[in-house]
Each structure stands twice: as C-alpha cells, then as structure tokens.
Design a protein. Structure first.
Ligand code: PLP
Length: 402
C-alpha cells in the first residue's frame, strides 16, 4: 500500500484483484532456482492462435486498418457476432446488440456500471472468477456470494441459498455456467430455476459464457435463451479461449440495445475502441476455417482425460470429469489430512517445493464462506502438455503417498 504524503483515492480500497497471479510468481521463482515446474496454475493456453486468424491480422495491418474505428466495434464483426452468438443459442440478435470489447473481462465492470447503483446488491458465484467481487465493490455495490454443493457428478448451485439471499436491494445476478473454477454446468432444471428467480425478482443477469464453446461432449445452453430472459441478460463473449487468443484482447458484450448503447459509451470513455486490426482477425476466426478451434478442443479433451486419470490415482483426492472448461476443482481434503496440513495455501507451497506441481487453491476464487470445511485446489490443464500432466501428477501422487 502507498504510504507517501500524496493520498490515493479511497475507492481503491474496494478494488480487488486476481490473487492467482501470485501463484505464477511463486512458480516462476521456483523455476528460476533451477527446479522443474508443472504449471497447473495457468488459466492460459500454451497453444498458438490458428494461423488463418494470425494471417487475417497481418492482412488488416498491411491494408492500413490501424486507425481508430467505431467505439462499438467494426460493423462486419458486430454482424458476424450477432449471427454466430445468436445461432448457437437459438436466439436472434442484431448488430445493435453487440459491443466489441478488448477481451471478455471488461464486460464485467461495464455491466455493473450500467445496471448497478451504489448500495445495490449483486449476487455472484463463490467460488468464482474473482473479478466479479472486485468490480461490484469497486463501484460501490454490495457483493453477495452464492454457493455450490459438491455432488458425485460435479458441483450444483445451492438454489435455496441463492433464493434466500435475494433482497429488495438485489439488482443483478452474475451467472457463470461452465464455471471457472468449478467447471460446473447447470442442469436444465437448475438453469430454469435461476431464470425464474431472476424474473420473479426483476434482476439483470450477466451470463458469463467465456467457456461456452470449450466443451468436449454434449451441448452448451445459455440462460438468455430461456423465456423472459433475453431482455434482462448481458452475455459475456470472448475470443480468448475458443481461438487461443488470450493476449490479443478481444471479446464482446451481447446485450439489450439500451444496455449495449451505454456500454459503447463506456468504451468511448475507456479505450475509444478495441484494436482495429484485431477485430478483423476476430472476424476471420468466426467466419473462416474452423479447423483451428476444433483442433484446440480436441487437444483440451485429451488433456482433460489425462488430468482426470492422474488425479484419480492420487489417494485422498477426487474430482468429477467435467464436459467443459479446462479446469478441475479437486477435493483434496483427504490428501491434506494424510500429509498433516490444515491450511490449503501451505499445502500448495509444500506441493510446489516437493514436486514442482503448481496450482491455485479455493482461496484464489473469492472469500471463503462460513461453514466451508472441505478443501479444494484448481488444476488448469490448458497450459501444460500431456507428458507433463502425467509426470507432474505422478510426482504429486508419490508425494501424497509418502
Ligand atoms: C469465467 C471467466 N470470465 C471471464 C474471463 C475473462 O476472459 P478474457 O481473457 O477474455 O478477458 C475469464 C478468463 O479466464 C474467465 O475464466
């Protein structure tokens, strides 16, 4: 914290962060000392962006698409996103519903600024992506966590708990089906129940669909597709995962027109526009050859299988086999007990120093809630090859057993 004579704005006291970046630093530090690190902490990918997308960007630069463009995005990309996002969800969107963003993440803060008054309550998933909590509190709202229950097939939303935490001050609900870090997916009944709560209590919904197309079997569904939901839902769309474009910074808000217009106005204030040539590359991603994203999902499916198998061989750890995302949220209560740990952060540090396996823990995904007793870690398999998945989890198995 700054301690000099100049005062920083007090609102910054409410700004959170992604504490998972500290795990990257610890892993880099351990690697710099000459140790092998197995990077299960990265929510990033070690696979290249499809060549046709890269070539489209080169072409766009050569064609001089390097100046400012419209705040809401270039017309062809808005049109392509309206068609593609709509078709995959059984919905009809117009370009006016689409506001291009530098990544999916900016949609979170812009949604909150658009629909939430200071003092309003916003429900958000916990464990969940930590930026929800940060942005709600930074903009003067009250972040109200809702929770999940572990089942043999994954994590189910605690609907009773969610309903019990809706008050007259509740303005919005953040919903992340195909969830980071849980990899959970709502059943049709669960999604319907969430939609009914949103409608009955007149809530705005942010549907974070960052992993909508990062799935290995079955089909993804959007809460925006349920009756009565499209007009109250903002979809967070990103190119980051599907096209391995995390560093390009390209995404979009798909929103009811009045919300979209306000988000475009925030764009004008915040960044003027998303990088012009990057948008042309994104257009090629959506409309061009799809072999890149297909190969990417195939690679992730094989990694998922290797990671699930590796965890299955470790005494005192268990996980379901999710159909989507690239995370496993692993119950490590038994393994921690066997090794004599009560603190999951200490367990993570000891695992790193004993095996080189680096991972985030439950603590990186929102403030733990009262009554939590089970211990969890998150294994991300998007940034690690199968040989290293198998080798790293083998070392973890031997260490836990020792
Ligand atoms: C649930 C969730 N939402 C949003 C994002 C943000 O994605 P982007 O890289 O497009 O900003 C992420 C990134 O990991 C995520 O996991």
């Amino acid at each position: 914290m700054y301690t000099g004579a100049m005062q920083l704005a007090s609102r910054l006291d409410n700004l959170g962060t992604e504490t998972a970046f500290a795990v990257s630093l610890a892993a880099a530090d351990w690697a710099a000392k000459g140790n092998q690190v197995f990077p299960f902490h990265l929510g990033d990918m070690n696979l290249p962006t499809p060549a046709n997308v890269v070539e489209a960007m080169d072409r766009a630069i050569a064609d001089g698409r390097t100046g400012y463009c419209a705040a809401a995005g270039i017309a062809p990309l808005r049109e392509a996103l309206a068609d593609d996002v709509g078709a995959r969800r059984g919905l009809s969107f117009a370009p006016a519903n689409v506001v291009v963003q530098p990544g999916g993440k900016p949609v979170i803060g812009k949604f909150i600024q658009t629909v939430m008054e200071p003092g309003d309550e916003v429900l958000y998933p916990n464990p969940g992506y930590p930026i929800y909590e940060s942005q709600i509190e930074y903009h003067g709202g009250t972040a109200v966590p809702y929770r999940y229950i572990e089942t043999p097939t994954g994590f189910a939303l605690d609907l009773e708990y969610l309903a019990a935490h809706i008050t007259p001050r509740t303005k919005a609900l953040i919903y992340n089906d195909l969830q980071n870090p849980l990899s959970s997916e709502s059943s049709a009944e669960e999604m319907q129940a969430v939609a009914e709560l949103a409608i009955a209590n007149d809530l705005w919904v942010l549907s974070d669909e960052a992993y909508f197309e990062m799935r290995y079997s079955g089909a993804s569904h959007s809460i925006a597709s349920l009756p009565g939901m499209q007009d109250r839902t903002v979809i967070l769309y990103t190119f980051s995962k599907k096209f391995a474009m995390t560093g390009w910074r390209l995404g979009a808000a798909i929103a009811p027109v009045p919300v979209a217009e306000m988000i475009a106005k925030l764009n004008t204030n915040d960044e003027s526009c998303t990088a012009h040539f990057v948008q042309w590359a994104g257009l090629e991603g959506i409309t061009g050859d799809q072999s890149g994203p297909v190969a990417l999902v195939d690679a992730m499916r094989s990694r998922r299988d290797a990671t699930v198998a590796g965890v299955g061989a470790i005494a005192g750890m268990h996980t379901a086999c999710p159909d989507a995302t690239f995370y496993l949220f692993v119950n490590v209560t038994g393994a921690m007990h066997a090794k004599g740990f009560t603190d999951v952060a200490e367990f993570a540090t000891a695992a790193l120093h004993s095996t080189g396996v680096s991972f985030c823990t439950r603590r990186h995904f929102g403030r733990p809630q009262p009554g939590e007793t089970a211990q969890y870690i998150r294994l991300a398999y998007s940034g690690i090859d199968i040989a290293d998945i198998t080798a790293g989890l083998g070392k973890l198995r031997d260490w836990v057993a020792s």
